[in-house]
Each structure stands twice: as structure tokens, then as C-alpha cells.
Write a protein that binds this ligand. Structure first.
Ligand SMILES: *[C@@H]1O[C@H](CO)[C@@H](O)[C@H](O)[C@H]1NC(C)=O
Ligand SMILES: *[C@@H]1O[C@H](CO)[C@@H](O)[C@H](O)[C@H]1NC(C)=O
Ligand SMILES: *[C@@H]1O[C@H](CO)[C@@H](O)[C@H](O)[C@H]1NC(C)=O
Ligand SMILES: *[C@@H]1O[C@H](CO)[C@@H](O)[C@H](O)[C@H]1NC(C)=O
Ligand SMILES: *[C@@H]1O[C@H](CO)[C@@H](O)[C@H](O)[C@H]1NC(C)=O
Ligand SMILES: *[C@@H]1O[C@H](CO)[C@@H](O)[C@H](O)[C@H]1NC(C)=O
Ligand SMILES: *[C@@H]1O[C@H](CO)[C@@H](O)[C@H](O)[C@H]1NC(C)=O
Length: 551
């Protein structure tokens, strides 16, 4: 049923040569998306399976591989999946968010074709429709280094993916109803590790097995809905080696705070007495702490894991300090042989500063989340298609929010938000959180330099404390309560890109926007044409395809 074909010949795909670059191998997948019962916390819930699996299958790829995934939606509602952190150079057509793609109708299929161009690292995919993400449809996506490119650590004995997340037993339909009626999701029912929780009764199957003396790589991603999680291994330290596509300075950590949407790769050496140990995930910044565990087993080990769990850190100042220890390894490479640090982002002049403040308000009695006074609503025609077909006027207006928070942030309107970004501008974005809830933001299509964060209000003098040398280039950044976080990036990837809250109830109720980056020359050097086979919907359905870019 689940067919995975690996074919290194590309000439078959001559028709779509622009999407599938010549020379690089192509991985083919067929995914069957269905409902099925899952019970990560022991309570049966209607889940979303991919080829019968929850979590979904791991995608194991190598830099520059072309990935072709034919997704069959066998649910009774529209479905769409996004590749969190895959940059889709010139190709926002494949980003799989509702601003770029029509959802796959029930009973239909859509084939994603994208290349993991010039990327390495640990990523994940997940659904963006309804509240599907709450019950599955997510999985790990790894991009290995090419054989010729040195990796700054010895080959691990094995490479494991650990997806952790909060979980709600209510199911996605009830969660969606709660949000549609303008109420708050409340707190999660528990936490899972790869869709499971160890019971601790001595009968738990191990999540992973290690051999004494060997070193293993764990790719840890938070695929949850709204809760930051602290992850740690009983009796073992973690050596951080990679974060969202960048090699980091290899510091050792007893535990790591992983915010929603973030991924870390760590090395764990099996250097303890051979027996079982727990890997532990605990909720952070919540009134009631929830902890879940999974078993790590030493091969030929003797003895159960000790019930004494290492405690999680307390308070968020610890987490802010931990963020400050993350450094880009300037001399290490990433996907290319040249050192990461050869791109000197600190010496580029900022051409635009965008300050975004999140708020939670009632609009007509219903809870909405907004950025600079506008709460995003999804038009029925994807923004990107509206732009391509030249019918923007009928779908959205550009720049409905100002570049800084309005003085009266209590007035909230509902509208699409599309920022008109000038191609290749070097932009500073400051996320300002005046609320008491933690935030986590992701930008698709890019990685950015996470140059600073601090408590209090942002002001221009704070730039003096930015890390302009070795901030990690990554795709998701947290913002602590009553704090700010700043990122820098060049908008050099043409397309329509989603800047979203990864806190999924906030995302669903409007805390997101899009950045439109248009090729000034309408050039194929900057952006691919609308691929054949892309689904159309809304007002562009049935419209004749506009003439393609020609050069
Ligand atoms: C997908 O799963 C459904 C339900 O199990 C099954 O009826 C269908 O044949 C499967 N389709 C494919 C393409 O595997
Ligand atoms: C993933 O791909 C790499 C490179 O092709 C290969 O060496 C490795 O065995 C694969 N891992 C799994 C789990 O398939
Ligand atoms: C749907 O799947 C069929 C059978 O694999 C394939 O030929 C077709 O191209 C797919 N359609 C889309 C829109 O991807
Ligand atoms: C940084 O990368 C270099 C080159 O790969 C490596 O030799 C070095 O150990 C790394 N430094 C740290 C602190 O991780
Ligand atoms: C950056 O701005 C400064 C001050 O305006 C100017 O002197 C400098 O030439 C600019 N640098 C670049 C690379 O444009
Ligand atoms: C977007 O900005 C560019 C300048 O970068 C400008 O030429 C263009 O007219 C703007 N488009 C809209 C719709 O405002
Ligand atoms: C647009 O095309 C012209 C001619 O090919 C080229 O000189 C110019 O640099 C291009 N502009 C951009 C912004 O790419």
C-alpha cells in the first residue's frame, strides 16, 4: 500500500523540469491520508494517519534531493500539509499553506514537487487545515548532508527522530468548534513523545535503543499545538549540533526548551550503566506542569528506568539565558562546502524595520488574535493565485497593517494581511509581546538570524545588544511574556510567504500574515511559473492561465 520509490533518473520528468532540477535524485512517495483511532494519552481519539501511521512517516532526504509526494485525501474534509522550514527557493507554489495552495478536496489527490535546495537539518511537516494538526498528519523531515560535505561531528551510530507535543483528547472537530465559537482552548490533556507515553509499569516498549559506548543523534521537534516543552534524558547530557538547518557551537545541555515549531539535533552518548532510561518532556510556562516519558533502552542492558526523573527548570528567565547560549558555528559548513559564517549579515544595512505586536481581543464577542490591529482571515482564493492571475483587487489589499504597532491596539479589524516586500531588501522584524502568554513565530521560505531577545519594550537602542556576529540562522523564534525578539533577513526568495504564530489556536484565530516578494522583472531567474497540476479554487477556478514568465 505504502509505495516508496527511489528513482535517480530525471528524464521521466522532463515536462516539469523547472520544478524537478536536473541531475539531483528524486524521491517519490505516495501518501494515503485517512482517519484512524489513535490514543497517545490512552484515550481513543479520531486521528489522522498517513499510510496508516501516527505520527506520519519520516522523510529521509539529502541536500538538493527532489521530493515528489502524491497526497491522497481520504478524509471527508479539505486537507493540506506544509513542510515547516523547507525553503522552496523560487517555489512558494509548494509551501502547502492556504495563502499559496488550495486545500486538497476530500477524495482528491495533489502531488507536491519540491527540492530541498542548499539545505541540511531537521524539519517537520504538518497539516494546516482546520485543527487537523491536533490529531496527526505530522512527521519528521530530515535533510542529510551530501557525502562530500564534511559534517562537524562523527557519524552517529543511528539517527532518531523524536516528535514531542502537547495533546488534547477532545479531537480536532471539537477543538475547531471551540475556536469557531470564539472561546479559548484551555490547557492540554497531556504530552506525547512520538505519539506515545510510557506507563512505567515495566511493560513499555522502548522508543529507541542504544548500544553502550556509542553516540546517537536525536532530532527533537515540538509538533504540538501551544505548549513549550522541556526535553531531557535521564542520566545523559545532550550535545547540541544543529538547529533548524544550521550547525551550532556544540555545547552540552542537561535539558532544552523546545518551543512549538522548533527543531534541535543533539548527540547523546550511551555512557551510563546499561539499562533503561527515560527521555522526559515537561510542559513549560503552564500553571499545571505535565510530564511525559518514553523509554530509551540499552541493548543487553539490565534493569528498569529509575522513577526518579530529572526535574524541569523553573521560570522563563532560564529559557531566555539558554537562548543566549545558542551560537552559529562560523567555521562549520552547512549544505555547501564554504563556512556558514562567510555570509556577514552583521554588516548589511537595514532597509526596513517592521515591528509586530500581538494582541488578544474580542471582536463581536468572539476571541481573535491580531498583529498590529488586524486579525488575519483566509480568503477563499489563495493570495498567491490571486496575484498570479492578476485579480488581487477582488481578493485582498496590500499593507493593511502599519510597520509599527498602532497606538490604539484595542481596535481590531478582520482582513487578509499581505505585506508588500521589496525584493532583496534587508529587513529587521521585531516581535513585541505585551501579553503574558509565550509566543512562537515561523517564517516560511526563509531562515533568519535570531539576533536578540529581551524582557521589556523594544526601542532602537536595543540594537546595540544584537548579536551581529554568530546568531543562529533558523526558521522559528519564541517571544517570552512581556518581551521582544528581533530577527534579520534578506527577502531574496520571491513568492508568497507565511509569517505565522506556531501557537496553533492563535494561528487559527488570526495571528499570521503573508509577505509577498515579487520578481521586479517577472523573471524565471527569481520565481518559477505556476506549475501544471496545481489545484485552483475560489475566483481563479476555471480562469484561463495567465501567460507564463518567459525568461
Ligand atoms: C487509502 O486508504 C483507504 C482506507 O483504508 C483505502 O480504501 C484506499 O484504497 C487507500 N488508497 C490508497 C491509494 O492506498
Ligand atoms: C537516510 O538516508 C541516508 C542517506 O541516503 C542513509 O544513509 C540512511 O541509511 C537513511 N536512513 C534511514 C533511516 O532510512
Ligand atoms: C493523482 O494521482 C494520480 C495517480 O497516481 C496521478 O496520475 C495524478 O497526477 C495525481 N493528480 C494530482 C493533481 O496530483
Ligand atoms: C565548529 O565547526 C568546526 C568545523 O567543522 C569544528 O571543527 C568545531 O569543532 C566546531 N566548534 C564547535 C565549538 O562546535
Ligand atoms: C550603510 O549605511 C551607512 C550609514 O548610512 C553608510 O555609510 C554605509 O555606506 C552603508 N553601507 C552599505 C554597505 O551600504
Ligand atoms: C510594492 O512595492 C514596490 C516597491 O518595492 C512598488 O513598486 C509596488 O508598486 C508596490 N505594490 C503595491 C501593490 O503596493
Ligand atoms: C532586471 O533585468 C535587467 C536586464 O536583464 C537587469 O539588468 C536587472 O539587474 C534586473 N533587475 C533585477 C532587480 O533583477
Amino acid at each position: 500500500m505504502a509505495r516508496v520509490l527511489l528513482i535517480a533518473m530525471l528524464f521521466l520528468w522532463a515536462g516539469s523540469i523547472l520544478m524537478v532540477q536536473g541531475g539531483d535524485p528524486t524521491l517519490f512517495f505516495e501518501w494515503n491520508v485517512t482517519y484512524g483511532t489513535i490514543a497517545p494519552l490512552g484515550v481513543p481519539v479520531k486521528g489522522i494517519l498517513i499510510n496508516g501511521q501516527f505520527p506520519g512517516p519520516n522523510i529521509n532526504s539529502t541536500t538538493n534531493n527532489n521530493i515528489v509526494i502524491n497526497v491522497f485525501n481520504n478524509l471527508d474534509e479539505p486537507f493540506l500539509v506544509t513542510w515547516n522550514g523547507v525553503q522552496h527557493r523560487k517555489n512558494s507554489w509548494q509551501d502547502g499553506v492556504l495563502g499559496t495552495n488550495c486545500p486538497i478536496p476530500p477524495g482528491k489527490n495533489f502531488t507536491y514537487k519540491f527540492q530541498v535546495k542548499d539545505q541540511i537539518g531537521s524539519y517537520m511537516y504538518y497539516p494546516v487545515t482546520a485543527m487537523h494538526k491536533a490529531v496527526g498528519g505530522f512527521g519528521g523531515l530530515r535533510v542529510n548532508s551530501r557525502l562530500l560535505i564534511p559534517v562537524p561531528y562523527a557519524d552517529p551510530a543511528d539517527d532518531y527522530t523524536l516528535l514531542v507535543g502537547d495533546f488534547f483528547n477532545k479531537g480536532h472537530t471539537s477543538l475547531k468548534k471551540i475556536l469557531d465559537s470564539g472561546r479559548n482552548l484551555g490547557r492540554c490533556d497531556g504530552v506525547h513523545l512520538n505519539g506515545k507515553v510510557a506507563k512505567g509499569d515495566g511493560k513499555d516498549e522502548p522508543l529507541f535503543t542504544m548500544e553502550a559506548g556509542k553516540t546517537y543523534k536525536y532530532r527533537i521537534c515540538n509538533t504540538g499545538i501551544k505548549t513549550s516543552l522541556n526535553v531531557r534524558f535521564q542520566g545523559h547530557t545532550m550535545k547540541l549540533v544543529e538547529m533548524e538547518g544550521s550547525h551550532t557551537m556544540q555545547n552540552d545541555y542537561d535539558s532544552l526548551d523546545v518551543h512549538v515549531g522548533q527543531c534541535f539535533s543533539v548527540l547523546v552518548t550511551a555512557n551510563q550503566e546499561p539499562r533503561d532510561y527515560y527521555v522526559v518532556a515537561s510542559t513549560r510556562f503552564t500553571k499545571r506542569e505535565v510530564t511525559a516519558t518514553g523509554i530509551i533502552r540499552y541493548k543487553n542492558g539490565k534493569g528498569a528506568a529509575s522513577s526518579e526523573l530529572p526535574p524541569p527548570p523553573v521560570g522563563w528567565a532560564w529559557s531566555l539565558n539558554q537562548f543566549r547560549t545558542f551560537r552559529w558555528n562560523l567555521t562549520s559548513n552547512a549544505a555547501r562546502p564554504n563556512p556558514q559564517g562567510s555570509y556577514k549579515y552583521g554588516s548589511i544595512n537595514i532597509t526596513r524595520t517592521i515591528r509586530l505586536a500581538n494582541t488578544a481581543q474580542r471582536v463581536d464577542g468572539k476571541l481573535r488574535y491580531a498583529l498590529n490591529g488586524v486579525s488575519y482571515v483566509e480568503p477563499t482564493t489563495p493570495l498567491k493565485l490571486a496575484e498570479y492571475y492578476g485579480v488581487v483587487d477582488k481578493v485582498f489589499k496590500y499593507d493593511t497593517i502599519p510597520d509599527e504597532p498602532p497606538s490604539d491596539n484595542t481596535k481590531v479589524t478582520l482582513a487578509p494581511i499581505v505585506l508588500n516586500m521589496t525584493h532583496r531588501n534587508f529587513v529587521e522584524i521585531i516581535f513585541e509581546n505585551h501579553e503574558t502568554a509565550i509566543q512562537s513565530y515561523h517564517l516560511s521560505g526563509y531562515s533568519f538570524f535570531a539576533v536578540g531577545m529581551d524582557v521589556g519594550k523594544w526601542s532602537p537602542e536595543k540594537r546595540m545588544n544584537y548579536n551581529l556576529l554568530d546568531a543562529v540562522s533558523r526558521h522559528t523564534i519564541q517571544v517570552f511574556p512581556n518581551s521582544w525578539s528581533a530577527i534579520l533577513l534578506t527577502f531574496d526568495n520571491c513568492g508568497m510567504w507565511n509569517l505565522r504564530s506556531e501557537i496553533w489556536d492563535r494561528h487559527y484565530l488570526g495571528q499570521q500574515l503573508y509577505a509577498s516578494v515579487i520578481s521586479p522583472n517577472r523573471s524565471l531567474k527569481d520565481e518559477y511559473n505556476l506549475p501544471e497540476g496545481v489545484l485552483t479554487c475560489g475566483i481563479v477556478q476555471g480562469m484561463p492561465r495567465p501567460p507564463p514568465f518567459s525568461s
